[in-house]
Design a protein around this ligand. Sequence first.
Ligand SMILES: [Zn+2]
Length: 225
Amino acid sequence: MTVLAQVAGVVADLRRQVSSLHGELTRYGLVAWTAGNVSARVPEADLMVIKPSGVSYDDLRPDVMVVTDLHGTLVDGDLLPSSDTAAHAYVYRHLPHVGGVVHTHSTYASAWAARGEAVPCVLTAMADEFGGAIPIGPFALIGDDSIGHGIVETLRESRSPAVLMRNHGVFTIGRTARDAVKAAVMCEDVARTVHVSRQLGDPLPIAQADVDSLFDRYQNVYGQA
Ligand SMILES: [Zn+2]
């Protein structure tokens, strides 16, 4: 029995999840044309489910999603995997707690990335979700492991599940693909608000002890038991 056959049920579920989560990227206005992608790790299989390359969001369905190994080699599917597959795969290889990865070029977050400036933590919602500033990752060209390496090295130094890759856009991670999508939505939301605040003057910093307290509460206490 192949590895793929052993995890067929899980892969079928993840194909449905990853396909429908792409609908959140369009719903929240985070993507243009075919840019942007969501992936999910297949637990205990060294595989991932990701969007195929260059397919319109209207045509994304569970059976169109592709399965690759954690080096980006196609394992199951009729189409080529996303051109960002190597970056997703690198993150899964190096951050074992990550179950989902999202990439977008969402407007406000990418505007900060274009200037190479981290989004400062000046909103309680940022302290909650990101535990501080949203950091900037290095400039990196697509084609090898440089993007993945830059994502992992930057996020290892931060509590943030989002990194703004310089001159490029957003990568987010999560325990699940849904968590990573949520981080991408929240990243764009706060990047926009802090941008608007900057037009009005200087946003006020939040004391580190308060950032820590907000982050701890939101990550450990907030929500339904
Ligand atoms: Zn990109």
